[in-house]
Design a protein around this ligand. Structure first.
Ligand SMILES: Cc1cc2nc3c(=O)[nH]c(=O)nc-3n(C[C@H](O)[C@H](O)[C@H](O)COP(=O)(O)OP(=O)(O)OC[C@H]3O[C@@H](n4cnc5c(N)ncnc54)[C@H](O)[C@@H]3O)c2cc1C
Length: 385
């Protein structure tokens, strides 16, 4: 076996929505640092290539509203930001969040009060409004909802491609099939080892999402991050019938009709964290029951395929952005929502890695030490879409 030795100034591990966004954001600061991104798999192998493609500003916590609003505004101008003609198939078709009881409805209303302070154009919806928007919904059990026309869907593969090309143009080196097994302190920096060989570097940014602790545990710098298996299915194409992205808090389902007419259903069910992330044989049966209850008007559609993926979860289901106990080793973990927060996360992490800190209050709130300090942050509108 041949092994290689490389050197860079900043090593980013993981080439998903977070890793590539961080790489581009660091590179555009023009510090002269040699930046390398490595990924164990191939292009879009992680959760970014398996997700439901949705983005929304409708959250109930200031930090989530700000992260997503900034990211969506970035998507709106991505052709210019990343010099990517054709864009990322962004469709601001809106997100319709459904409430099945008064408590859920109140949470949506409270969240809207906060959203409006940040100019998020969300509106309250009656059950009739919801049914007018999506006639295939089951009217039983819908007590109302919320809608924001700035939310929507985009193509995560094109997003990754755009970032990859823009980062490469700025001199970032990206290597796939390059798994890092260990980080070893060396001098003032680190040696990252894998079967391919080793990379010496001054700073490391871990963007491997749910797998982040694997590299930190042996240094007793582990963080409470696990991988939650999630499953999705895509139907045969059909006539336009679901314009907005629909999220049912009760059913833990997100529904989006994509450009070619197929409908993508992301269905979350209780599965043990850390288990096999692939779609399980009983998934179709489970999803079928849920869909029959939520959207009986779509239950005749043939399923083209199902798939699974893992998403990171933390004790408060919020991301982790910051320097770990290992000096010069940073971590950016999405804790779900990593597609819709990627641009803002990349901006914040670039500030941290280049300057040693970010003045954005989000960085302070999502710091890695909050779990041991008991400073958890909870999102009232958390539904895993
Ligand atoms: C079914 C499903 C639906 C979802 N729907 C949405 C949605 O609609 N909207 C949304 O915003 N989010 C959604 N998410 C969550 C979102 O996809 C993730 O939060 C996001 O993709 C995480 O991005 P990332 O770059 O951190 O991780 P990833 O995209 O997973 O990238 C991490 C990369 O690290 C690499 N890696 C891991 N370990 C190593 C190692 N030791 N050495 C080198 N490389 C390594 C992996 O190969 C991988 O490519 C969904 C997730 C799933 C699974």
């Amino acid at each position: 076996m041949t092994t290689d030795t490389h050197h860079c100034d900043i090593l980013i591990i993981g080439a998903g929505a977070y890793g590539l966004s961080c790489a581009w954001n660091i590179a555009r600061r023009d510090t002269g640092a040699r930046i390398m991104v490595v990924d164990a798999g191939e292009f879009a192998e992680g959760a970014t290539g398996r997700n439901g493609s949705g983005f929304r500003m409708q959250w109930g916590l200031e930090l989530n509203i700000r992260l997503c609003k900034e990211s969506i505004e970035f998507f709106e101008n991505i052709e210019d930001h990343l010099d990517y003609p054709g864009g990322i198939e962004m469709r601001q078709c809106g997100y319709l969040l459904l409430a099945s009881n008064e408590k859920e409805l109140q949470r949506l209303k409270d969240a809207q009060d906060l959203q409006h302070r940040f100019d998020v154009p969300s509106e309250a919806m009656t059950p009739e409004d919801c049914l007018r928007m999506v006639p295939s919904l089951n009217p039983d059990g819908i007590v109302g909802g919320a809608f924001c026309g700035k939310d929507g869907v985009a193509n995560p593969f094109r997003y990754l491609d755009a970032l990859q090309k823009a980062a490469t143009r700025l001199g970032v080196e990206i290597r796939y099939s390059t798994r890092i097994d260990r980080l070893v302190p060396q001098g003032a920096g680190y040696r990252a080892e894998g079967t391919f060989g080793q990379i010496t570097t001054d700073k490391v940014l871990i963007c491997t999402d749910w797998a982040a602790s694997e590299l930190l545990d042996e240094h007793d710098a582990g963080l409470p991050i696990t991988g939650l298996p999630k499953e999705a299915l895509v139907s045969q194409p059909c006539a336009p019938c679901v314009d907005p992205m629909v999220v049912s808090m009760k059913h833990h389902i997100a529904i989006a009709q994509v450009a070619r007419g197929s409908i993508v259903f992301t269905v979350t069910r209780h599965r043990e964290p850390g288990g096999d992330p692939s779609s399980q044989p009983d998934f179709l049966k489970f999803a079928g029951r849920q869909l029959q209850d939520l959207v009986p008007g779509l239950s005749h559609l043939k399923v083209f395929r199902t798939w699974g993926g893992a998403s990171s979860v933390t004790p408060d289901m919020q991301g982790i952005y910051g320097e770990t106990q290992l000096p010069g080793v940073y971590v950016a973990v999405s804790s779900y929502r990593g597609f819709m927060t990627g641009p803002a996360a990349g901006r914040i992490m670039a500030e941290m890695v280049v300057n040693g800190k970010s003045n954005d209050p989000i960085a302070a709130e999502l710091n890695p030490y909050r779990f041991t300090q008991g400073k958890l942050v909870y999102e009232p509108l958390l539904n895993q879409d």
